[in-house]
Design a protein around this ligand. Structure first.
Ligand code: PLP
Length: 368
């Protein structure tokens, strides 16, 4: 495991050695942005590190309220509520919607936080084939009479695939279901204004579509959020045990979120930069005969049929000062891949260097 001795950008440092960094989820390169760092330092001086109290008791600052206002305005919603992690978002949402559904239909490759969020006393949980709206429709038909809730990742973390939300939405409407999209990897990246996967597909701002989101990835900060009507955020604040019984997001982290909202507003080209760079890389690895996926997202997986090859490639890259991890992430589907995460701050030279190394490895280990 690589131990970092400095901040995360397009490069990282480990014991004085510089590595080109194609890991993590710093898609817009904001994790070390000077304005965000300044905002955090100012907030540490004023508020300290942590209030050591939940939002429900004495853990709410003016910064939390300002951040929630900024997120609501970014999302075009009445309100937003922030909490300690993106991982918590699915638990909070499934908890407060509990009276409205009796069966959960989840993508077979749904993120671990979705699986962990399923309430123990839900009547039934069914998994539809990965990204297969036809199979979802079949399962919903077969289970007619249940009050269905459909849940999927927007962008899948490992493979960079985008859920076919246009098709899923049609099925959801036909069956009068609730739709929840975990957009952890799409917030700030997909859609004409970065609102995520529903915006990318032009879905209506419908009361029955919910998103769970995070500030920990493209937004370069930390913490989860849910936006929506005052009725929805009120339910979270008043009825979610997960929200009420966990320590509030530290105020300096709320300050990071506010700064990152401003950067996002003023720099829409960050989104197109990362998507263009990732697409260039994706086309180049495809031309080299690597198996990958074909979506305009920052995640470019190199998929193998055995863990040894994937692990071997990741080690070869690290020996050549490039970090792109072999992934064996918790998931229902076994997957052997090297996950390349592209960031808006990667230079063309870094991408060329990576492609050169991939070609060397391919010639050495996969030429017939
Ligand atoms: C799809 C998905 N949902 C939720 C999370 C959790 O978000 P956070 O890391 O902000 O807690 C992740 C993070 O890895 C994720 O990939």
């Amino acid at each position: 495991m690589i131990i970092l001795n400095g901040e995360v950008g397009n490069y990282i440092y480990n014991n004085g050695i510089r590595y080109s960094y194609f890991a993590g989820n710093n898609y817009l390169g904001l994790a070390g942005h000077p304005e965000i760092k300044k905002a955090v330092i100012r907030a540490v001086e004023k508020y300290g590190v942590n209030f050591a109290a939940s939002r429900h008791t004495t853990g709410t600052s003016d910064l939390h309220l300002e951040l929630e206002g900024a997120l609501a305005s970014f999302k075009g919603k009445e309100d937003a509520v922030v909490f300690a992690s993106g991982y918590q978002g699915n638990s909070i949402l499934l908890e407060i919607l509990k009276g409205s559904y009796s069966t959960i239909f989840a993508d077979q490759s749904a993120h671990a936080s979705i699986i962990a969020a399923m309430p123990a006393d839900v009547v039934k949980v069914m998994y539809y084939d990965h990204c297969d709206a036809g199979h979802l429709d079949y399962l919903l038909d077969y289970n007619r009479g249940s009050s269905p809730l459909v849940i999927t990742d927007g962008i899948f973390a490992l493979t960079g695939e985008i859920a076919p939300l246009n098709q899923i939405y049609e099925v959801v409407r036909k069956h009068d279901a609730i739709l929840v999209v975990d957009d952890a990897h799409a917030t700030g990246v997909l859609g004409p204004t970065g609102k995520g996967t529903p915006e990318q597909f032009g879905l209506p701002a419908d009361g029955k579509i919910y998103q769970t989101e995070t500030m920990s990835k493209a937004l370069g900060g930390y913490g989860g959020f849910i936006s929506g009507s005052h009725a929805l955020t009120g339910l979270i604040r008043e009825h979610s045990a997960t929200y009420q019984a966990s320590t509030a997001l530290p105020p300096p982290i709320a300050a990071a979120g506010i700064a990152s909202m401003a950067i996002l507003r003023e720099n829409p080209s960050l989104r197109t930069d990362v998507l263009d760079k990732a697409w260039t890389l994706r086309e180049a690895v495809t031309a080299m005969d690597f198996t990958t996926t074909h979506f305009r997202t920052p995640i470019v997986p190199l998929i193998f049929d055995s863990p040894e090859k994937a692990r071997g490639l990741s080690v070869f890259l690290e020996e050549n000062c490039v970090i792109a991890p072999f992934m064996n992430y918790p998931s229902r589907q076994a997957m052997h891949l090297v996950r390349i995460a592209v960031s808006a701050i990667h230079t063309d030279d870094q991408i060329s260097l990576l492609l050169g190394l991939l070609k060397q490895w391919k010639d050495k280990y996969e030429s017939d």
